[in-house]
Design a binder for this molecule. Structure first.
Ligand SMILES: *Cc1c(COP(=O)(O)O)cnc(C)c1O
Length: 368
């Protein structure tokens, strides 16, 4: 076994999906499982599908290609507006994509025509978070464009909140999404089948509201993978938070003074982290750095404290732990830590139950 490695508990992801699929299903909402934080891992995607996800989605064409090559049978949705330079690849690896630009819709229709396919599109509504999507008054115009293009099928509208500005989904903005559905249907004579109410941050609203309106889909990543509500980062009831463990190996363990000495200036990454205490600490260095994970995204084992992290060294106060050079330490990860570890070419992703390798290839793997 090599370190660093990210151990995945696929059963935890399946279980998290099953719990949410049951709760949302009773409200008429299906789950599209988002795999971008795990580089489009077919193993993780399959766990989501076993748990009841009805579709898969990713923000990267490369990851959707990995899902396609991994023989994961499911609808695949590209959840970031395609780059104009990638439309040919998009129609090959995704059946559906999210949109806010007429130029992109036109190019995508042309690409679908060349490929001899019809591609489904969902139009994104800006509801205040100020990331992707058109303002409400521009939606029917965009919908008419989409509906008029020969190789596209307009299947839905969606929104995304709480990513750029932290705007929380509530009855007002979600109600607006449902009203826009009616306007688009009236303007285009289409009956929309996908009303995508956002990411994991929409769960709180979706599970508590007495009126989901027309919303019938959520695109869930963090909630399925880490069992947390992104609005508060609190655990979601009944879900597991331990699906991912990052394992690193100790390369130095020595007793050192608690405080640095010499004239202090900047450290490798700006202001040095404050070191507390006096006397000496049992300092450990794990072969993990910012090329592998973010220190703020790590939860150290009990009794161990993170003192700092540079490109390749994670410096710890080992406290009373008896850990020695060569020992492995196990860390929990938050969403940022997971994203970085799962996409670092230096970190192997393995199935925690059998240590089978899920991913070794570098994240730069490109589609052909
Ligand atoms: C990342 C992303 C999601 C999933 O977000 P989570 O918070 O991980 O659930 C959904 N939709 C879009 C457009 C995204 O970019």
């Amino acid at each position: 076994m090599s370190a660093p490695r990210l151990e995945v508990d696929l059963e935890a992801i399946e279980a998290n999906t099953r719990v949410l699929a049951a709760r949302l299903g009773s409200r008429g909402i299906g789950i599209t499982g988002v795999t971008k934080a795990v580089l489009g891992s077919p193993a993780v995607a399959s766990a989501m599908l076993r748990g009841g996800a009805v579709g898969l989605a990713d923000s990267r064409v490369e990851n959707l290609a990995r899902l396609a090559a991994g023989d994961v049978e499911s609808v695949r949705t590209l959840i970031r507006s395609p780059m104009l330079s990638q439309v040919d690849a998009v129609v090959r690896v995704a059946g559906v994509s999210l949109h806010s630009e007429p130029t992109v819709l036109e190019a995508l229709s042309a690409a679908a025509g060349l490929a001899g396919t019809t591609h489904s599109v969902v139009l994104m509504l800006e509801l205040g978070d100020l990331r992707e999507g058109v303002l409400g008054e521009a939606m029917t115009g965009l919908a008419r464009t989409a509906a008029s293009l020969p190789h596209l099928r307009l299947v839905g509208v969606g929104t995304n909140l709480a990513c750029q500005s932290g705007v929380a989904p509530d009855q007002d903005n979600m109600g607006e999404l449902s009203s826009v559905v009616a306007e688009v249907e009236a303007a285009t004579d289409a009956r929309l089948s996908v009303i995508s109410g956002g990411n994991s941050a929409s769960l709180g609203w979706a599970l508590r509201t007495t009126d989901v309106g027309r919303v019938n889909e959520l695109r869930l990543g963090e909630a399925l993978l880490l069992g947390r509500d992104p609005l508060t980062r609190m655990p979601l009831a009944g879900l597991r938070q331990d699906a991912f463990i990052l394992v690193g190996e100790l390369i130095e363990v020595q007793s050192k003074p608690a405080q640095p000495w010499g004239r202090l200036a900047q450290s490798a990454f700006g202001a040095p982290p404050a070191r507390l205490g006096t006397g000496s600490v049992r300092q450990g260095i794990v072969a993990l750095g910012r090329q592998d994970v973010e220190s703020s995204g790590l939860v150290p084992p009990d009794g161990v404290r993170v003192l700092g992290m540079s490109s390749d060294h994670l410096v710890l106060d080992l406290g009373d732990s008896g850990a020695r050079v060569g020992d492995e330490l196990r860390f929990g990860v938050d969403y940022g830590g997971l994203l970085r570890a799962a996409t670092s070419p230096f970190v192997e992703t393995v199935d925690g139950s059998c240590q089978d390798v899920i991913r070794t290839e570098p994240s730069s793997a490109r589609i052909a």
